[in-house]
Design a protein around this ligand. Structure first.
Ligand SMILES: Cc1cc2nc3c(=O)[nH]c(=O)nc-3n(C[C@H](O)[C@H](O)[C@H](O)COP(=O)(O)OP(=O)(O)OC[C@H]3O[C@@H](n4cnc5c(N)ncnc54)[C@H](O)[C@@H]3O)c2cc1C
Length: 401
């Protein structure tokens, strides 16, 4: 069923004016909501995007913007499938957005250097079977590339095609582009609190504006949940279990007088990201604290110690900023993308956990293809809502540390 049919059915039953009801209501304006909205608009649909806060001020703002899973071989091939397509597409997306909006999301293909990974032979096997360029470096090559690293690193894995993006700017460019479309409406500071349904169809979302006790009903032809770490709150109201839950991450930022590294550097699950403007980001903690986003001294110390351990020159500096975000974690480590059955017009795209920025373009493509009943570019089965997420939320931590 295409979006026109969703809309027509709503209109037939409600007798409303087609123009007042969007084809899609997208809930959550992080990277996933923004990219899904972009794809739906490109297909000719009308879209209302709602966020309970500002556009992209949650995880999609807080993230580091590495356009790769950390230790990519430790993830399932279903994550690799999404990541591989998105990594190819990222430069084109950033170029297109720059042309459309003048905002440069600064995609930098600076390479990722992973130091002393204990499972190096698994990494090499993965790179061969997945056709990824990966070089095994000894100490000589490591220090030739990055002179300022601490002494003592003997083994490195180098993936030259990987890089990072300025994620806050990417989201800024996306919303600027969306706003150019006459078929797009944005509503911020409006929380979706539940849904009205008739049989298996969602007919409206109950929304509450910030500071108001009154709830308003917003109709649409179909509904797409891209509410990040909060997705289960919405699905829970429909008695659907998605396995998505928040995992807090804290980050630090330094302002350097001169660059200390050129590439992304990863060691024991902590990483350094050199931005073009002289900032260096350090990430990140993994904390299970429900929806608590508070910054802690302990988090700061863990990140500072890890950063100075990799790059002793940082000891001269104090971090200029600390922040946190809530990753949409999901047991089993795979996102949930597709139709939320038995509802015939409710879709979800969430649970990308630590990889939401890299996976976003591919997740949005897959969801749009499923919505439009087009042949999906990859097998959608592993991400299907209702497939029991295997393993515990904490078990996925092992993949990334
Ligand atoms: C510290 C940290 C570092 C990270 N580093 C990386 C990295 O280097 N690379 C990478 O690929 N990924 C990284 N990630 C993960 C990535 O940031 C997330 O997976 C991704 O941003 C999730 O995007 P999202 O759109 O699903 O969620 P979000 O960006 O959290 O957006 C969800 C939106 O939904 C809104 N919302 C929620 N409930 C409702 C409701 N009921 N009504 C209306 N609106 C609602 C929220 O306000 C929010 O704006 C990192 C994350 C963190 C926290």
């Amino acid at each position: 069923m295409g979006f026109c049919e969703y809309t027509l059915r709503v209109n037939e039953e409600k007798g409303q004016n087609l123009k007042q009801i969007p084809d899609f209501l997208v809930v959550g304006a992080g990277i996933n909501g923004l990219l899904v909205s972009r794809n739906l608009l490109a297909l000719g649909a009308s879209v209302m995007l709602i966020d309970q806060g500002e556009v992209a001020r949650e995880s999609s703002w807080a993230g580091g913007g590495i356009v790769s899973p950390l230790y990519p071989w430790r993830y399932s091939l279903a994550v690799t499938a999404l990541a591989s397509w998105a990594q190819e597409y990222y430069p084109q997306l950033v170029r297109q957005l720059l042309a459309e909006t003048g905002v440069d999301a600064e995609f930098e293909r600076c390479g990722l250097l992973m130091l002393d990974a204990p499972d190096q032979s698994d990494a090499v096997s993965w790179s061969v079977s997945e056709g990824k360029t990966m070089e095994v470096w000894g100490a000589g090559r490591i220090y030739e590339a990055e002179q300022n690293l601490a002494a003592g690193f003997g083994k490195g894995l180098w993936m030259p095609h990987l890089g990072h993006v300025r994620n806050p700017r990417l989201c800024k460019a996306l919303i600027a582009s969306l706003k150019q479309s006459p078929s797009f409406v944005l509503q911020t500071h409006m929380r979706v609190a539940g849904f009205e349904q008739t049989d298996n169809r969602i007919v409206a979302a109950y929304t509450k504006a910030a500071g108001s006790k009154e709830s308003q009903s917003v109709q649409a032809g179909a509904f797409v949940l891209t509410a990040g770490a909060w997705t289960q709150q919405l699905l829970g109201s429909l008695k659907f279990e998605s396995g998505v839950a928040p995992v807090k991450g804290q980050m630090l930022q330094y302002r350097l007088a001169e660059p200390l590294i050129d590439s992304l550097v990863l060691h024991k699950g902590k990483y350094l990201i050199p931005r073009r403007d002289g900032h260096l980001l350090v990430g990140s903690t993994l904390e299970y604290a429900d929806f608590d986003k508070s910054l802690t001294k302990e988090g700061r110390k863990i990140l500072q110690d890890a950063a100075v351990g990799m790059l002793p020159g940082l000891a001269r500096y104090k971090p200029v900023r600390q922040w946190s975000g809530l990753r949409p974690g999901r047991a089993g480590g795979l996102p949930v993308i597709g139709l939320v059955e038995p509802h015939e017009n409710l879709f979800v795209n969430a649970g990308q956990f630590r990889n939401g920025l890299v996976l976003a373009p591919a997740s949005a493509r897959l969801l749009s293809e499923l919505i439009m009943n087009q042949r999906p570019f990859i097998d959608p089965q592993p991400y299907r809502p209702g497939t029991d997420p295997r393993g515990s939320l904490k078990a996925i931590e092992a993949q990334a540390s």
